[in-house]
Design a binder for this molecule. Structure first.
Ligand code: GLU
Length: 396
């Protein structure tokens, strides 16, 4: 059955509010990097406050199937606070920040262990990543987190990600894993984000209050009307209501990922989506790569210039990364992760990119072979001065 669903899925025809022909109808099997976000209310039994092990096992089957057919899989899992508060016997209802941080510290251990076991039994290695808002918003840390996620995926591991609630303070935290998952999706250049929730998708009005509310199968673009439909409701265990899901949709679709909101309260929720279960698709007009390149080309203030030789310029246009060996000179006072302009030997701008070294280090590495990086800098470093994914060339 699991094998069939990969081939069987088509998404419903575009619905309201805006009609737009879909050039290609996405099928689940066509996505190569998928972030699955699991809400607390799915993972943790609301009355007992304990993990729903069987449900997680079935989800792990779904994830293992995506993984088996070659997709990169990332899980963003909530539940640390809900689990920890049971262990610490904290009262029901909203918690003070210090208490939820303490609960997260206790619950995260169990959460990570359970994920590692569930994936491990299916032959998959899990890697825990706890991020704060700063890790995704500050460029240097963003690049670090992205690099770690990328390495784990290269090694076919499944990153299991949560907010680092134990250190995040009110002003600088996500507080909900919907937006966090969307940032992770764009950071990892994922092409699909699935938000598993306790609702089937986006309705024209909150279904609890309005019996005539209809599920919207496809949102081609997040408009003002769509935002108005979201209301503000959240369930007791999960912090994110429909509003944070729409916010997540904006982040994901601008970053080049489609997003699905689907009911996770069933067994094997991802195979259900593939079999055509009701859900809402939010479509992106772009791909992760073009979205990222647009962002690099357009929205950053370059902090320096990296001059490259003719061979390197040719290599870049054939899709290669920029290695220190192809660099002839650097200018400016840039930090690692800053945007720099790339110039060919005639001085013409050939593109822009996020540089992996600061100006001092880059200067030392000019013309050097990547094998010598450790000897030159005294510490190991990335082989590329600018990775191809971090570069937007003129005309691209
Ligand atoms: N990071 C929180 C936790 O693991 C959950 C946030 C959310 O429910 O969206 O408990």
């Amino acid at each position: 059955m699991l094998l069939n669903w990969l081939k069987a899925t088509t998404i419903p025809k575009p619905g309201i509010p805006e009609r737009r022909p879909l050039s290609a109808t996405p099928i689940l099997a066509s996505f190569r990097r998928i972030v699955v976000k699991v809400g607390s209310s799915l993972l943790v039994d609301q009355t007992a406050g304990l993990l729903k092990r069987e449900w997680l096992e079935a989800l792990a089957d779904d994830l293992a199937e995506l993984h088996r057919r070659g997709a990169d899989v990332l899980a963003v899992s909530s539940g640390s606070i809900a689990l920890g508060r049971t262990v610490l016997k904290l009262p029901k209802g909203p918690l003070r920040l210090e208490d939820s941080q303490a609960a997260a510290a206790v619950g995260q251990i169990e959460l990570a262990r359970t994920w590692a076991e569930a994936l491990g039994q299916r032959g998959i290695t899990a890697g825990q990543i706890l991020v704060t808002l700063n890790d995704t918003e500050e460029r240097r840390r963003y690049l670090n987190a992205r690099e770690t996620i990328g390495r784990l995926l290269d090694m076919r591991a499944v990153p299991v990600i949560n907010e680092n609630d134990t250190v995040a303070t009110t002003e600088i935290r996500y507080g909900d894993n919907d937006r966090l998952a969307a940032r992770v999706a764009t950071m990892a250049s994922a092409d699909l984000l699935i938000l598993l929730s306790d609702i089937e998708g986006l309705y024209t009005a909150p279904p609890k209050d309005d019996p005539s509310a209809r599920l919207i199968p496809v949102v081609p673009r997040i408009t003002f009307e769509i935002e108005a439909m979201a209301g503000g409701a959240a369930s007791e265990l999960s912090r994110g209501g429909m509003r944070t899901k729409i916010e997540a949709g904006k982040i994901a679709t601008t970053g080049g990922a489609h997003m699905i909101i689907a009911d996770g309260r069933v067994r094997n929720p991802i195979s259900r989506i593939a079999e055509g279960a009701p859900c809402t698709w939010f479509l992106t007009p772009s791909t992760p790569v073009t979205a990222r390149k647009k962002w690099i080309a357009g929205s950053l203030e370059p902090r320096g210039t990296v001059h490259v030789d003719a061979g390197a310029a040719r290599a870049l246009f054939s899709g290669k990364s920029l290695l220190p060996a192809g660099v002839t000179r650097v200018e400016g006072n840039f930090d690692r992760g800053d945007c720099v302009v790339l110039r060919d030997p005639s001085g013409a701008e050939i593109g822009r990119g996020l540089v992996a070294y600061d100006a001092g280090e880059a200067g030392q590495l000019v013309g050097r072979n990547s094998r010598d990086i450790e000897a030159v800098l005294g510490v190991p470093g990335r082989a590329e001065m600018i990775h191809r994914d971090d570069m937007a060339l003129v005309g691209e």
